[in-house]
Ligand binder design. Structure first.
Ligand code: ADP
Ligand code: GN1
Ligand code: MG
Length: 366
């Protein structure tokens, strides 16, 4: 995506139905995909403004239709349960012409949300309790959407967690080698090639009818959940761009790859990176509680595989992006995607070594 100009940002701000002109606008959060701003006002509560990444989400109108439908559905359940829908799900602020997005004069798409205040989105686990709460919330999110009409959802990114298809894209990136980086990352490339079988596990089970497709979040990293500052509870699941039919194990697994790691996703010192089994166990417990008994025995048994597949897939995606010249994930230094890829592969290796222990932990909660 092009850099956002001041004029473009102003145009977007002026075209949403905000109660007054913002006092202050700043870049916000650590997401890898959208351009996020925090807007503060004199007499009103803050708002989030985002330029959507249409290189990645190339059907922004359909995407916003998904978000409107899913949040309307969730609001109803939250109200029935006596909750506060403005804090417990995303609230879309319409544009001045009544749409859930604004298309600016350069063709960029924008959207705005109520900011969930007095809550934090964490980039790393600071307290195990927060990780537990995130697990309950992501499990509960899936449970709340269990009866959502999945066939009405647009597929916002085709084959988002089709790991085998992503493996083919990776192979292409290696063979094209458009920025000439392949020679420097042979070890990482070999790491992927050695594990082709990992990319096929879920696809084969799905085809054999052994796994249910559910409405899942598909991007369950810790910073996509707001933890209430006072109660410590997981208050709101955010970043709903990839809510689509998917696999329960992948939602579990993506949380593990990010939150059960002992280091940041982009840590350069790999000695610091491992999968913390205490955090793994905490997440298993919380996620299964949140799902309220809805997962099948097979799904539960495959939770460790979800962790491995999602970590492997993410590492492979970072490496693919590095080989393709860093066009997908936002980077903040030249080798950022390579550093991220290496932490993921270190985690995969660590999970391979801890495989029996991970399986034994899951068996305790079956
Ligand atoms: P990306 O797809 O780039 O990750 P997100 O929608 O996750 O975009 O937003 C990036 C970050 O902005 C989040 O991790 C969170 O910190 C913050 N954020 C986004 N929406 C809200 C919201 N409604 N309330 C509070 N914080 C938010
Ligand atoms: C992206 O949007 P964000 O930053 O929450 C990505 C995820 C990756 C993650 C890696 C739409 O998540 O799939 O797992 O980065 N989202 C998309 O940190 O590709
Ligand atoms: Mg996000």
């Amino acid at each position: 995506m092009n850099a956002i100009t001041e004029k473009q940002l102003q145009e977007a701000v002026e075209n949403f139905a905000f109660p007054e002109a913002p006092l202050h606008i700043e870049s916000y959060g650590n997401g890898h995909i959208n351009d996020t701003y925090l807007l503060t006002f004199t007499a009103n509560s803050p708002r989030i403004l985002q330029r959507m990444n249409t290189d990645i989400f190339n059907q922004p109108v359909e995407l916003m239709e998904n978000i409107m439908n899913v949040t309307t559905y969730l609001r109803k359940i939250i109200v029935e349960n006596g909750g506060d829908p403005d804090r417990e799900t995303l609230t879309v602020i319409p544009s001045k012409d009544g749409k859930p997005y604004y298309k600016d004069s350069t063709g960029s798409y924008w959207r705005a949300y109520i900011l969930i205040t007095d809550a934090t989105s964490y980039d790393q686990v600071e307290k195990p309790e927060d990780f537990y709460e995130s697990a309950v919330s992501f499990g509960h999110f899936q449970k709340m959407l269990a009866d959502y009409p999945a066939d009405t959802l647009h597929e916002t990114i085709k084959g988002f967690h089709d790991t085998a298809a992503r493996f083919e894209v990776f192979r292409q990136a290696v063979s094209k080698d458009i920025v000439g980086r392949a020679k420097d990352v042979q070890e990482e490339i070999q790491f992927v090639l050695d594990r082709e079988d990992v990319t096929k596990v879920f696809g084969q089970l799905l085809e054999a009818g052994e796994l249910p497709l559910r409405v899942t979040h598909n991007d369950t990293k810790l910073n996509n959940i707001m933890i209430d500052n006072k109660s410590g509870k997981g208050i709101c699941v955010i970043d709903l761009d990839t809510v689509m039919p998917g696999l329960a194990m992948n939602d579990f697994g993506d949380s593990i790859r990010f939150g059960a790691s002992t280091a940041a996703e982009d840590e350069k010192d790999l000695n610091k990176v491992s999968c913390n089994l205490e955090l793994f166990e905490i997440y298993v417990k919380g996620f299964l509680e949140g799902c309220e008994g809805r997962l099948t025995e097979k799904e539960i048994e495959l939770l460790p595989m979800g962790a491995k597949v999602m970590t492997f897939e993410c590492g492979m995606r970072f490496l693919t992006d590095y080989l393709e010249g860093d066009h997908y994930f936002k980077i903040h230094r030249p080798e950022h995607n390579l550093d991220r890829c290496r932490t993921q592969f270190k985690l995969v290796k660590d999970m391979e070594e801890k495989w029996e222990q991970m399986a034994a932990i899951v068996r305790k909660y079956k």
